[in-house]
Design a protein around this ligand. Structure first.
Ligand SMILES: [Zn+2]
Length: 78
């Protein structure tokens, strides 16, 4: 595996490019392997939003216009 240990992943399980390293979930302490960037909006929605979800406890990060922005917003939350 060439994956960094603590990179966010997208809904296809691929590492999110150009994103910061993932901070652990502030609620359950899960690491990046449980943190997925989800896309919100219909398939043809031209203006989707993104947020990070913790698969372990279901916590959602702030929404953002981009997947990377959602990752950064997750990290910024304390
Ligand atoms: Zn969690």
């Amino acid at each position: 595996m060439s994956l960094p240990d603590n990179s966010f992943t997208d809904m296809d399980g691929k590492p999110l490019e150009n994103a910061p390293e993932a901070e652990s979930c502030p609620f359950c302490g899960s690491g990046a392997d449980q943190l997925v960037v989800e896309r919100w909006g219909a398939e043809d929605d031209p203006d989707p939003s993104y947020h990070v979800e913790c698969l372990e406890c279901g916590a959602n990060g702030p929404q953002n216009d981009t997947a990377v922005g959602a990752a950064e917003a997750w990290n910024a939350r304390k």
